[in-house]
Design a protein. Structure first.
Length: 328
């Protein structure tokens, strides 16, 4: 009687270490795996420390302060959610929210369109393209504080270049910073000077689109406009999502432009509270009125609003974001 023996086959564990295997046994970590984990944690430890110190701690501390009446000098008095109730019923908070949403609703989509146009210009196949890219990106390097001062000079009703150009078309000199609506539109225009940062993200997305797709589209008779809307725009949708999220975040936190422009036109938030954005009013409560508890409550509400809007955008993005850029 002879017996046959099956050759031993090498088996590969299918369960990751540290988890419970199919037989109910915990898969052990090998020495090499433990070493790799320690090295990985060591590499990301600066990021972990930064998040804990500069993100987690300020958030927790702001929430704690928001439950108190605190001036920054005297001791804090616990008031529960009184600051949140006061923020909800404060008419100036309503004005600040309205101004901020007005700004974000215009500045964010306009900024995305401007950035896509700049990226298309940067993506042209010409000999001097490196110079063009540099020239288009340079305005994004100018500090917002300096740009705001420049715009104050440009829209000056007497000597500003903008009004001088309007006079050529028969439009009388207008104090653009003297009207609540036009003052916000000036700040919207100012925000477009930083579109170069978003344009670089779009440029990276465009450079990642296989050229074979455009060649196939040209064979099918698609022109440049058709190629843009049928190929380029859908395939850079992940970049659009990224810039949309960051744009909303920046739009809700607009501050420097309004601070500089309104300071030179009658006080923070002028004219007629037309530039009283949410962050500007938060700043006034914290450092002008010494109401740190109320300002912290406003900061917490802003954080929650940003999270809700970002979550809504991510939820809606499933309908228009395409991550397949393969040329096959």
């Amino acid at each position: 009687m002879t017996t046959t023996t099956r050759p031993a086959t090498a088996t590969r564990p299918t369960d990751p270490p540290g988890t419970t295997g199919r037989r109910g046994r915990k898969v052990p970590w090998t020495a090499a795996e433990k070493r790799r984990v320690r090295i990985g944690i060591a590499f990301i430890s600066p990021w972990i420390v930064g998040v804990l110190v500069f993100v987690a701690y300020p958030l927790i501390y702001s929430f704690v302060i928001s439950l108190t009446r605190y001036s920054g000098m005297n001791g804090a008095t616990f008031v529960g959610f009184g600051n949140y109730v006061a923020a909800v019923i404060d008419p100036l908070v309503h004005t600040a929210v309205g101004n901020t949403l007005f700004y974000a609703a215009i500045a964010v989509p306009v900024g995305i369109v401007v950035a896509i146009v700049i990226a298309l210009a940067m993506n042209q196949d010409v000999k001097e393209i490196s110079w063009y890219r540099t020239a288009l990106y340079i305005p994004s390097l100018i500090p917002t504080f300096a740009l705001a001062f420049i715009f104050v000079v440009l829209v000056n009703p007497q000597t500003g270049i903008v009004n001088q150009a309007l006079k050529l078309f028969g439009v009388p000199a207008t104090n653009l910073l003297g009207d609540p609506t036009t003052a916000k539109l000036v700040i919207v225009a100012l925000a477009q000077m930083g579109a170069g940062n978003a344009a670089l993200v779009f440029l990276a997305g465009m450079r990642g689109i296989p050229k074979t797709l455009y060649e196939a589209a040209r064979v099918d008779g698609a022109g440049p406009v058709r190629q843009f809307f049928a190929l380029t725009l859908p395939l850079i949708s992940p970049a659009i999502l990224f810039n949309l999220i960051t744009g909303i975040s920046n739009g809700l936190q607009v501050f420097t432009e309004a601070y500089v422009i309104s300071s030179g036109t009658g006080g923070l938030g002028s004219p007629d509270n037309g530039t009283l954005f949410y962050m500007l009013y938060l700043y006034k409560n914290a450092f002008s009125y010494a109401q740190l508890g109320f300002a912290s409550a406003m900061a917490v509400l802003l954080f929650l609003a940003g999270m809700v809007l970002s979550g809504l955008v991510y939820w809606l993005s499933r309908r228009f974001v395409n991550y397949d850029v393969s040329g096959e």
